[in-house]
Write a protein that binds this ligand. Structure first.
Ligand code: HEC
Length: 144
């Protein structure tokens, strides 16, 4: 096979390679994946994990939070290649630390991570979530 044919073959394979594809909207990703799994970490003290099975669930939630940051960084989801990525990285770091703590079954470390995790959510919401963190102004608007 000549070089040109080889190149063509490689190029064709590349062109046909499947790419990642969004299934959920941003809102669905927040509500169905990020919100429930992060809540399990935020409120871990309400029902502290005791058994191996409890910790397994904590670990699964922490891993989901961490990896969901990568879903936010996906082409087509990332709003830009700058602040958005930095904000998502905060979630990745907090989630990854929670995952490590869950593997170690370290409840104190999980609780200590709460603030870091909370700030990851709030930072991006202040930057990108419409109308987030802005006080309602003017007459006729619903009081919060
Ligand atoms: C990198 C950015 C980013 C991070 C990090 C992030 N969010 Fe969001 N979130 C958004 C954006 C953008 C919206 C608005 C989505 C829309 O309305 O289309 C949103 C909306 C939401 C909503 C409202 C969804 C709705 O439609 O009612 C919830 C709940 C939410 N986020 C939870 C969280 C929690 C909890 C965390 C942290 C554990 C988090 N988010 C971290 C970007 C982010």
């Amino acid at each position: 096979m000549g070089k040109a044919a080889l190149f063509l073959l490689a190029f064709t394979a590349y062109a046909q390679a499947p790419t990642s594809q969004r299934v959920a909207t941003m809102s669905q990703l927040m509500i169905d994946i990020i919100y429930p799994t992060s809540d399990a970490i935020f409120y871990i003290e309400r029902e502290p994990p005791k058994t191996d099975v409890d910790w397994e669930r904590v670990r699964q939630n922490a891993l989901t939070v961490a990896e969901s940051a990568n879903l936010l960084m996906m082409p087509g989801r990332a709003r830009d290649n700058d602040k958005w990525m930095a904000d998502a990285k905060l979630l990745l770091d907090a989630g990854a630390s929670a995952y490590t703590a869950a593997i170690a079954k370290d409840l104190n470390a999980m609780v200590a991570l709460n603030q870091q995790l909370y700030e990851a959510c709030v930072t991006c919401h202040m930057d990108y979530r419409p109308n987030y963190g802005r006080r309602p102004t003017g007459a006729g608007q619903k009081k919060q």
